[in-house]
Design a protein around this ligand. Structure first.
Ligand code: NAP
Ligand code: MG
Length: 458
């Protein structure tokens, strides 16, 4: 591997998948220049023409779902069924926001002496920087509403997982998007990603990744008062009250944290159980954890694949040393591949780093709480605030706790986090701004107010 390329490794068997050439600084600047030109033409197109182009892009993704899913399975180790869902989600996001170009309404405001209207002007060129955990879906949450609002987009995928992003770039061109409008630039964060921050023609950076890098991006963007959206880490709680459907809460808890091998910013990685039902919940949780099907991601029945890389496997393993307070574990294959069995920990205290750190692997802690007030306090005792689940049959409690939890995305008696039609993002250090939902394109515009004087008849 030279410094200007990256060798993609299949995390399930450690075989070489392909070698990806990196874009360098000069290549990034060239891409930005092409995007500036393409954006001007795109924004001048009729709204219906932009809508049609996004629908054609959606159709191209739909026709390519098997290819995209296969690439994600080889590159990231995602179970094939999950990877197909992700590719279908990209298509759905494209279809949803294809309605936006024709509905980017301004307002007409009553004023004296004339007519006052607002316009939602595109920003220009937008840089999207994605992490390795959900390469396709997270990219789409940025590039689709940005394109819909009249911008050009440069997408920098994570170094470890560039393959599906590169394919999406090809599909956009094949579907007829103008040359230069949507470009995928594989490369290093410190080179390509950082250039989005420093180049004056890039008017917004959408960053999804670690809180540490997100803070650097935000600080860097301050220099040009550059717009920024941040989707960062999480350490979300799954709160189980004594009046809940315990069977369902226990049966679903593993999937709320072990899906994608726990490499999910919305993972409910802290289970908080009311002490009166703690013993019973743990009895029910054990078979559920042991029942998670961990194995070959190309097998249709697989529910959890390997971790993404050897380096990430080492980082996760560090949280589960030989003397870790393990309650029980699920299974995982042995042999080649970055496998890690689902693991349930009983931390000695709420300040243990397994409770405070985002492990980003299939590791969950279980803690007890006495009453509603203590449950809420423990759930909020974190710098993060991305998602969370509340299990109770009491409607008032469900609403009280939902309002009390400092988090952007909550689900009651379910673990759902992401729908393209509803807003997604974090409180506190989990992020800044929102993606998805009906308003997402507005985050890729600036509001312009125009007053037109109307002369009175004298
Ligand atoms: P990361 O290290 O922060 O990297 C994310 C992206 O930023 C990668 O493309 C990376 O490029 C790039 N990057 C790194 N340094 C940069 C710099 N100085 N300037 C510009 N770009 C830079 O995060 P990760 O390890 O890939 O992802 C895991 C984290 O993402 C977790 O903390 C997780 O919670 C978070 N996440 C959040 C969400 C959400 O929606 N809230 C979703 C998914 C993941 P390289 O690949 O070259 O390093
Ligand atoms: Mg990193």
């Amino acid at each position: 591997m030279s410094s200007s390329s990256y060798t993609v490794i299949n995390p399930a068997d450690e075989s070489v998948v392909s070698v990806v050439e990196h874009v360098d600084l000069a290549g990034t600047d060239d891409a930005i220049a092409r995007a500036v030109d393409a954006q001007k033409k795109w924004a001048r197109l009729a709204p219906a023409a932009r809508a049609g182009a996004l629908r054609d892009f959606a159709a191209a993704v739909d026709a390519d779902i098997e290819t995209l899913a296969g690439l994600e399975t080889r590159n990231s180790g995602h179970p094939i069924g999950q990877a197909r869902w992700e590719a279908g989600h990209v298509r759905d996001v494209l279809n949803y926001y294809s309605a936006s170009p024709e509905r980017l309404f301004g307002t007409q405001i009553p004023v004296a002496g004339g007519l006052d209207v607002t316009f939602h002007e595109p920003l220009g060129v937008v840089g999207v920087i994605t992490p390795w955990n959900f390469p396709m879906t997270i990219a789409a949450w940025g590039f689709v509403p940005a394109l819909a609002a009249g911008n050009a987009v440069l997408l920098k995928p994570a170094e470890w997982t560039p393959l599906t992003s590169i394919r999406l770039g090809e599909l956009g061109l094949e579907a007829g998007l103008p040359e230069g409008l949507f470009q995928v630039l594989p490369g290093r964060g410190s080179v390509v990603g950082n250039r989005f921050v420093t180049h004056e023609a890039v008017r917004k950076v959408v960053f999804t990744g670690s809180t540490a890098v997100g803070k650097q991006i935000m600080a860097g963007c301050a220099d040009q008062v550059k717009r920024v959206t941040l989707e960062l880490g999480g350490k979300s709680a799954n709160i189980v009250f004594d009046d809940s459907d315990l069977e369902k809460a226990a049966a679903t808890a593993p999937y709320s944290v072990f899906d994608n091998a726990g490499q999910d910013c919305c993972a409910r990685s802290r289970i908080l159980v009311q002490e009166s039902v703690y013993e019973r919940f743990m009895e029910l949780l054990e078979p559920a954890v042991k029942g998670v099907k961990v194995g070959d991601p190309t097998d249709e029945a697989t529910e959890m694949g390997p971790l993404v890389s050897a380096a990430h496997h080492a980082a996760v393993s560090d949280y589960v040393p030989a003397d870790a307070p393990v309650a029980f574990r699920g299974t995982a294959p042995t042999g080649p591949g970055f496998w890690f069995a689902p693991t349930v920990l009983l931390p000695a205290s709420g300040t243990d780093r397994t409770v405070t750190d985002e492990i980003f692997g299939p590791v969950v802690t279980v803690q007890r709480f006495k009453d509603e007030a203590e449950g809420v306090r423990m759930a909020n005792d974190t710098e993060y605030g991305l998602s969370g689940s509340i299990w109770t049959r009491d409607v008032s409690r469900a609403l009280r706790v939902s309002r009390a939890i400092e988090s952007g995305n909550l689900s009651v008696n379910s673990h759902s986090s992401v729908r393209y039609s509803t807003p997604f993002g974090g409180f506190k250090q989990s992020g800044l701004g929102r993606e998805l939902g009906p308003d997402a394109p507005l985050a890729f515009t600036d509001t312009k107010n125009v007053f037109i004087s109307v002369e009175e008849l004298s």
